[in-house]
Design a binder for this molecule. Structure first.
Ligand SMILES: C[S@@+](CC[C@H](N)C(=O)[O-])C[C@H]1O[C@@H](n2cnc3c(N)ncnc32)[C@H](O)[C@@H]1O
Length: 216
């Protein structure tokens, strides 16, 4: 896994600039996101946290569910502004997953889509430990990210993608690169309950359902 990534301040700058153009990734990631969303089934009275809200597609849907409290955390003011338009009832917080300004054990569901894969490698497990602590003991996390390719097409595309990441720097590809998500989650004390590979137009993604487990 590539070590370089975007520190929170750099990510805020990059994503303030990307803004609504982020939706151009949908033909490559939409299926994995739809699968992730289908695993999240909040009941009335439950609280759902999304980290890395993007343009607000997920929070826009979840915040319409009766009795469900939707909360979004993001470093980018522009992404929070776009999300506000789609999810007017959600509570939106500006801050980083590496130091989330949210109460511990207060969420039933955590969703993180294509966000951990832009963090510097050394920050991913510590951030996941912080996020795990935000979940209630019976809570569940659903995480998706780019993943190592399985087919020749996926491997070729990811090798090209990582070449750009290496040569031009992480910001050139929005910071993202493939992760071995299962191992990172387990290193942070999560228990992986389910994991699926989703390929779309040569882009490989992992979608993982995990329980908070116990401290590593
Ligand atoms: C690639 S986008 C993914 C957005 C959305 N989840 C999706 O799948 O469309 C990454 C998002 O994470 C946010 N982000 C980047 N670094 C972050 C950090 N350290 N803490 C919280 N959010 C962060 C960015 O501003 C952006 O909204």
């Amino acid at each position: 896994m590539l070590e370089r990534g975007l520190e929170p301040r750099d990510a805020a700058r990059v994503y303030d600039r990307i803004g609504s153009k982020l939706a151009m990734g949908e033909p490559f990631e939409g299926r994995a996101k739809a699968l992730a969303a289908s695993w999240i089934e909040p009941q009335a009275g439950q609280r759902v946290l999304e980290v890395g809200v993007g343009t607000g597609a997920f929070l826009g849907q979840v915040s319409q569910l009766e009795g469900v409290r939707a909360v979004g955390l993001d470093v980018s003011a522009e992404m929070l502004r776009l999300t506000r338009a789609r999810a007017p009832r959600a509570l939106l917080v500006r801050g980083s997953a590496t130091d989330p300004p949210l109460a511990r054990a207060s969420f039933d569901w955590l969703y993180v889509g294509y966000t951990l894969d832009l963090f510097p490698l050394a920050r991913i497990v510590p951030a996941l430990v912080e996020l795990r602590e935000l979940l209630a003991p019976e809570g569940r996390a659903v995480i998706c990210s780019l993943s190592p390719g399985r087919s020749a097409l996926e491997r070729g595309l990811m090798s090209l993608w990582q070449g750009i990441h290496r040569v031009l720097g992480p910001a050139a590809v929005g910071g993202c690169r493939p992760l071995e998500l299962g191992g990172l989650l387990e290193a942070a004390g999560f228990q992986v309950l389910r994991s699926e590979h989703v390929g779309q137009l040569g882009t490989p993604s992992s979608v993982v359902l995990a329980a908070p487990g116990s401290a590593p």
